[in-house]
Structure formats: structure tokens, C-alpha cells
Write a protein that binds this ligand. Sequence first.
Ligand SMILES: [Zn+2]
Ligand SMILES: [Zn+2]
Length: 347
Amino acid sequence: MPDPLAFTAQSLARRGALLEAEDGGEVLALLPPELSREMGLAEEVRLSAVGGGDVVACGLGTPLLEAVVGAARREVPVTAARMKREPSPKAGYARSLAERYVIRNGVAEVLEVAGGEATYLVAWLAYVAEADERHEGVVALGVHAQEGAVPDEGFIAACDVGAEGALAPWPESAVVPGAERWLARYAPEVEERVLRGVREATARRHARDYERMAAYYAAMVAEARAPRRRVDAAAMEAKVRHLVAERDSKLRDLADRFTLRVHTRLAAALWVAAPVARVRMRVRRRKGSRELELRLPAGAQVFDRLPCEGCLGTTERPALCDERLHVLCETCVPLASGRPHCPACGT
Ligand SMILES: [Zn+2]
Ligand SMILES: [Zn+2]
């Protein structure tokens, strides 16, 4: 475990503080004004593990150490890399996938299959979900940086930075403006998917405790209404009112205890240049036609899911609208027959 004083001192130094070791294991720190405001400290401050007098403590559990750790966590590592170990997807496999690609209410024809490279942005989101229990974990999400198509899990696994030698540094500036917007668009759904089980289990425990508590108070009220000794009617009603109020208050506390509070933050992000097979498709519906590009990145078994042009989702088996052949998902167009309602056209 790192020494909290050294850790705090180094963290402050990285952010521009000047340090001087003093006798007795204290550290004198001169903080830039902005950092002193952020940390709630004087610009000239003495630090030690235990503190005391006007020496600020930064041992385990102290507000200063918490603040420094919090600030370090907000510095999200973002890096760029080129995938080097994964073999390029095979053109023949991409073609056979493309020939089986389904446009639910139209036809598709493969125009061209070619190899290449595409830029993706992969984010690792760390979540904490707390109610009566605490759950935490990390979930990864990737997007094609320009067009927001969503690669499958095989690709994300291939991007795992834990796999040694899989990635090479990518010195060129890889940043594609706007790619973060795609991540932000899909993140809530990914979070919901990951937390669905937790939500359901929390709701079940809530329902169970609710029933138990309601039954307990129902029994108490019944008992109060049928006393073994003779009781004054007004006193009996007062007791029942008291029990009902207590029950309601306890049930409200229960609802609060079982409300899932979710906090998600970006833990790391990777811009990655990946080998892809690209398929140009001509798709037709009624008299209209347009081109779509499908991509199969390294490690993936299926094409990237296309962003729906009618909602915030994605689709594996698109339908097309009549007017402008917008790509629409299974939620926007559940039934492929008939004239599709198109949110993008507003018709
Ligand atoms: Zn949709
Ligand atoms: Zn449309």
C-alpha cells in the first residue's frame, strides 16, 4: 500500500505544488491558487500523516486524501493504439455474411468487398449501483468513430489492453471529433442492460419486505381492534391511527432503502485503428435505392450494428422507410409488412 503522505504530496506536485520535506516527517507544500481552492487548503500548507495544530492530516480516511484520490480518478486515461495482433477479417467471410444480410422490407445486393482500416472509440465505464446492496463493475462499449455503428463483443475483447502485444502505440492524432456523442448516445442503454438483473433482484427484495411489513402491521391493527381486555373505543382508535402512521412511515423508509442509485463514470478510453472488411451494399425498397456500408472489424463475428436513423438504438436487421430509405430498427418498425412509420421523416 502506498504511503498516503507520499501519495498526496506527489499528486499535489503533479498538479503544480512545490514541496519541501521538513523535520519530523512533515511536508511543506506551496499550492497554485486554483489547486488550493479545489482542495480547500491554504496556499501554503504543512502536511503530515496524522496532522495536528495547523498541520493538515492526509492519512487514510482524511478528507484531503479522499479529495486527492477523487481528483486522480477524474483524470481518465485516454490512449490511441493500432491493433496489430488480430488478423484482418477475411474478405470471403465478409462476403458470405453480406449475402445473408437481411433488409426486412427490401432487397440488398453486394457491390464490393474490400479490406481496410477503421477508427473506433472504445470506452470502459465503471458503475456503482447502490440500494440495500452495493454492486460495482466495469462495462465496455465501442463505436465506429465517424458513423456510430456498434461493433460486437469479439471486437471489444480484441481491444482488451490486458492482452499483451495486441496493440501498438498509434502516434498520429487519432481523435475523431464527435465520436464521444455516439458513446453518450448508447451508454444509458448499455448501463440498463448491465443493471437489469440488479434492478429486478432489488425490486423482488423490496416487494418481499413490503409484504412482510404490511402483514405485520395488519396483524397488529387486527389485534388492537380485538383487545383481550375491555378498552375505551377512542383509545383503541388512537392506537390504530398510531399503528397506521408508523406503518406508512416504515414503508416509505423501505422504498428509500430499495431505490437503486446508479453512478457511472468513464474509467478509460481507447482510440483504436483496427483492420476491417468493408462491404458496400446497394439496398432497394419500392422505387428507391441507396448505398450502405457494412463493416466487419477484427475479432468480430458479425457486422457492426447500424445506428437507427429513427431513434437512439441500433439494428442488426434494418427496415427501410418508403421516402428516403432511412435505416430503422426493430423497435421503430416492429413489422416489416405495410408502410413503415418513419420517425426520421416524421411521417
Ligand atoms: Zn429505431
Ligand atoms: Zn424516413
